[in-house]
Design a protein around this ligand. Structure first.
Ligand code: PLP
Length: 382
């Protein structure tokens, strides 16, 4: 098989699996228990949390471990008071767009490449806005948002509020599920107060995530019980999952520049092959502001769902838009937001490269995709 859907899921590496296994077998103890073997498990858990946190310039105590990015995103929103409002980008993942409906909210627009419209952000920063949530990189287009610039705008707005005697909070949250392996993240440099991390996208186990919580940020727990995670997320700790997450994050540390280089070269091979198709592909987004492993592409006039199915017959696995919106059978809100026509949306594939790709299989995938596209063109247009 050739797998071109790493934005959706990644395989757990052998190293990660090896690190996790003892914590499901010999070292199965509950980290809250008092006896020595359990205390050792607690230490391993805390070390793993420190390791995850250090990779973004934070401390283990700043993290709340969650069941993945969806829960971390929902927890981040609890920072908002009863009268507060949240601003979110119109291209955010469903876990943001659905959870925000529980609050007062407004939508920030993007441009044709999926980049935040900063003027729209500024115009919507009314005094009741307490949280702005902008993902680090979009999961359909790979568009990387200028978080440091957004943070500067929020800082100005905070100062302006102070001058007028208004002391309501104004915080920045970023869902950083995508891009962790390709961008060096540092919470201080990015200026974020809350940040979602996702193990599943970096060859760690699924169902594990974390929310970085800045020092003066007050959340309301989604679950109550045993007081784990400083009372912010009750429930027995997923020790093996967190050990796996930490091992996965350590494995990518220091390699982002090499990874960017690798994927830029592989994407260029794919692009060249697709450009030879009988229908001119439209490459979506702007490579300058895009994750190096993303290649969202539209073949207008073709049906992407049929392409996915035809590619599957040849064991090439790709997505139409985001896997989650595709399963709802609705046209992608992201592709709509960047102004694609219905025909362009219907013909859109998301190719996302990762650890399972190399020059050879990407070249081969390119040829197979081109052939499937050409067959479809012949079938439809004769
Ligand atoms: N946010 C983004 C940007 C994602 O890409 C995903 C996963 O596809 C999620 C959130 C949801 O992550 P999880 O399924 O781990 O809750």
């Amino acid at each position: 098989m050739i797998y071109l859907d790493h934005a959706s899921a990644t395989p757990v590496s052998d190293k990660v699996l090896r690190a996790m296994t003892p914590f499901m077998t010999d070292d199965f103890f509950n980290p809250s228990s008092a006896y020595l073997p359990a205390v050792r498990v607690r230490d391993a858990y805390e070390n793993a949390k420190n390791s995850i946190a250090n990779s973004i310039g934070a401390k283990g105590n700043d993290l709340v471990i969650t069941s993945g990015a969806t829960e971390a995103n929902a927890l981040a929103m609890t920072v908002v008071s009863k009268n507060g409002k949240i601003l979110v980008l119109e291209t955010e993942h469903a876990s943001i767009l659905e959870n925000v409906k529980k609050y007062k909210f407004d939508i920030i627009k993007v441009d044709k490449n999926g980049l935040i419209n900063l003027d729209d952000l500024k115009s919507k920063l009314s005094d009741e806005v307490e949280l702005v949530s902008v993902s680090l990189a979009n999961n359909e287009l790979g568009t990387i948002q200028p978080l440091a610039e957004i943070s500067r705008i929020l800082k100005e707005s905070r100062l302006d509020r102070l001058k007028r005697g208004i002391t309501t909070q104004l915080l920045l949250h970023s869902d950083s599920s995508q891009g962790l392996a390709l961008l060096e993240l540092n919470i201080a440099r990015l200026g974020v107060d809350l940040m979602t991390l996702n193990s599943a996208k970096i060859c760690g186990p699924k169902g594990v995530g974390a929310l970085y919580v800045g020092h003066d940020v007050r959340l309301t727990p989604l679950t109550s019980g045993g007081g784990q995670e400083r009372g912010l997320r009750a429930g027995t700790e997923n020790v093996a999952g967190v050990i796996g997450f930490a091992t996965a994050i350590e494995a990518i540390r220091g390699h982002s520049s090499a990874a960017r280089k690798k994927y830029t070269a592989l994407v260029s091979i794919l692009k060249k092959e697709l450009e030879k198709a009988k229908i001119a592909p439209i490459f979506l987004g702007n490579a300058k502001h895009q994750l190096a492993n993303f290649l969202p592409v539209s073949f207008p006039g073709l049906d992407a769902e049929r392409l996915v199915f035809k590619l599957e017959e040849q064991e090439v696995y790709v997505s139409t838009g985001a896997a989650c919106s595709a399963s709802k059978g609705e046209p992608s809100h992201v592709l709509r937001a960047i102004g694609l026509t219905d025909t362009e949306i219907a013909g859109s594939l998301r190719l996302s490269l990762g650890v399972l790709n190399d020059e050879e299989n990407v070249q081969q995938a390119g040829k197979i995709i081109r052939k499937v596209v050409d067959d479809e063109v012949r079938r439809i247009y004769g």
